[in-house]
Design a protein around this ligand. Structure first.
Ligand code: GLN
Length: 317
């Protein structure tokens, strides 16, 4: 069934973007740039970009929307999509779908819950999803397929893994290794830890700009099918589920506040990007490197909050 197009008022994008610009300008640079991955520490905190992709393929942009950044945990939305497409319902035997209320790299719940991560958007959960995909095709082929999809959806062959970032994260990856070994001890990891983490670090290190990211995720706003190319990424049922998990778990222990302020399924990454999905309307990608305590872009959230006020795109209307 195709998505009933929501009756949306005609939006004057120029005035929406200029309002966002004036709200964001005095706040640029706020938050803390992630430095636990050394390659991310040097990013200029003053950067700010935003792109809105619409169902007709038009993309409206603001600021540094064409500058690539590290998508980090936003990649977990795309690996979850791939997981639901290729592994299906079986995935939910290895990973839950409840908010964790804990930081993205927390280990405490894993012991109590016998190696089954709370959801696929925290690190442990995303590692499990990646592990299933690596089991099917190996790390290199899995990453190649993912990149190929991103390029096709964004209609941009320049998208790639930033190898320097992947290497830097692997060098500093003790916490993720601990999570992976811990899950392995409970029998919830199918491949050698290093093989799975190679794929995990690679997809976190994909470099994309706001324009490409908003465009690549548009299928999530249109029942799982990219409205421009007609490519079905996931079934409409899987699409609803991915959006539900993003709404409840997309920002770790900041998910409630994000839903309260913005009211859209979203996913943050420690590179400072946020992807938000407005079902039936479009997708928004925003980038500003300074993070709040939960690892969500501070100025990015403010920009999205302003966009919602201007457009009425919250799913709660
Ligand atoms: N690659 C990062 C990590 O594993 C992703 C974290 C994030 O973006 N929240 O720590």
């Amino acid at each position: 069934m195709s998505h009933p197009l929501r009756l949306s008022k005609l939006i004057d994008w120029q005035s929406v973007l200029s309002e966002i610009d004036s709200v964001v300008e005095p706040c640029r640079g706020q938050g803390r740039v992630a430095d636990y991955i050394p390659a991310l520490a040097a990013i200029d905190p003053m950067k700010f970009g935003l792109a809105v992709a619409l169902g007709d393929g038009n993309v409206h942009t603001l600021g540094d929307a064409d500058e690539a950044f590290s998508i980090q945990s936003i990649s977990k939305v795309f690996t979850l999509s791939m997981g639901l497409r290729k592994v299906g319902e079986l995935l939910w035997k290895s990973v839950g779908r409840e908010p964790s209320g804990s930081p993205f790299n927390s280990i405490v719940q894993l012991e109590l819950e016998r190696g089954i991560p709370r959801n696929p958007l925290i690190n442990a959960g995303a590692i499990v999803v990646t592990d299933h995909l690596v089991e099917q095709q190996g790390a290199d082929a899995m990453i190649a397929e993912l990149i190929d999809r991103m390029r096709t959806l964004a209609d941009d062959p320049s998208i790639n893994v930033d190898q320097a970032v992947a290497h830097s994260e692997s060098e500093a990856g003790s916490r993720n290794r601990a999570l992976a070994y811990f899950m392995k001890s409970f029998g919830n990891l199918r491949n050698p830890v290093e093989e799975t983490l190679k794929a995990y670090f690679s997809h976190c290190a994909i470099a994309m700009n706001c324009r490409q990211l908003a465009r690549a995720a548009l299928f999530l706003a249109y029942d799982g099918t990219d409205p421009v190319s007609g490519i079905q990424m996931v079934s409409s049922e899987a699409c609803r589920r991915i959006n539900a998990v993003m709404m409840s778990c997309g920002h770790y222990d900041n998910s409630g506040d994000f839903a309260y302020r913005i009211g859209l399924p979203g996913k943050s990454g420690v590179g400072g990007g946020i992807l938000a999905v407005a079902p039936g309307h479009g997708t928004i990608a925003v980038w500003s490197p300074g993070l709040n305590a939960a690892g969500t872009s501070e100025v990015g959230s403010l920009a999205l909050e302003t966009l919602i006020q201007q457009t009425g795109w919250s799913v709660f209307v």
